[in-house]
Design a protein around this ligand. Structure first.
Ligand SMILES: Cc1ncc(C[n+]2csc(CCOP(=O)(O)OP(=O)(O)O)c2C)c(N)n1
Length: 197
């Protein structure tokens, strides 16, 4: 079992591109406020991407809802450590409902980067993969390096979930900014999921 201090510090955009490169079956990706969705936007336009704007902590709850509504589709939630820490109860809810098709990916840079780099609890002692295991998500792992991240993503997409993959990342800024048009983001996502003509 890896611990955060034993893992390589990687780059969010690089990992996001590696994730998107593994998606071949119209998997949905729900990205949290700020940098996770900025880098998802930069990694290529997909109709099955949802970009959360405004509120922290909602990538996992939204992705859980989509996973329950569309059990034959694989769903990925992308979240920052600060946002995940704001909504820890969602992990216990996921563990209770056990959607086989949900993977949570936590991009842990140990700071609230987008608001100025204030340290989060993971900078000191909190371990998001261990917290998730404690919430009941037994398949909760740290990616030790980029190759391990890719292997874990492949496994999560192929084997029953729920999964949580945590990755330590550097403080590089996001490489783009998502278009700020919530109605268009929602409509495109609904069409991408086949629930709106
Ligand atoms: C409920 C709520 N509280 C505070 C904010 C202000 N805020 C927006 S993003 C952010 C930091 C997000 O940190 P994290 O999820 O770790 O992502 P990072 O910026 O490090 O990529 C904060 C404090 C907000 N948008 N919503």
């Amino acid at each position: 079992m890896s611990e955060p201090r034993n893992t390589k510090i990687m780059n969010r955009f690089d990992l996001t591109r590696r994730l998107v490169g593994k998606l071949a079956h119209e998997e949905a990706v729900v990205a949290g406020i700020g940098n996770t969705n900025f880098d998802l936007w930069a990694a290529g336009r997909r109709k099955q991407n949802f970009y959360m704007l405004g509120s922290m902590g909602l990538a996992v709850p939204i992705a859980l809802g989509v996973a329950l509504a569309q059990p034959r589709r694989q769903i990925v939630a992308l979240e920052g450590d600060g946002s995940l820490l704001m909504q820890l109860g969602a992990l216990a809810t996921v563990a209770m409902l056990r959607p086989k098709n949900l993977t949570i990916i936590v991009m842990d840079n140990c700071v609230y980067q987008i608001t100025g780099g204030q340290p989060t609890a993971t900078a000191l002692a909190a371990d998001v993969a261990a917290i998730a295991r404690g919430a009941g998500l037994s398949q909760s792992l740290w990616a030790v390096d980029e190759e391990d991240f890719e292997r874990l993503v492949e496994r999560a997409l192929a084997e029953d979930g729920p999964w949580l993959i945590a990755a330590r990342i550097d403080a590089a800024p996001a490489v783009a900014t998502t278009e700020r048009d919530p109605a268009r983001i929602r409509d495109r996502f609904m069409r991408g999921l086949g629930v709106r003509a």
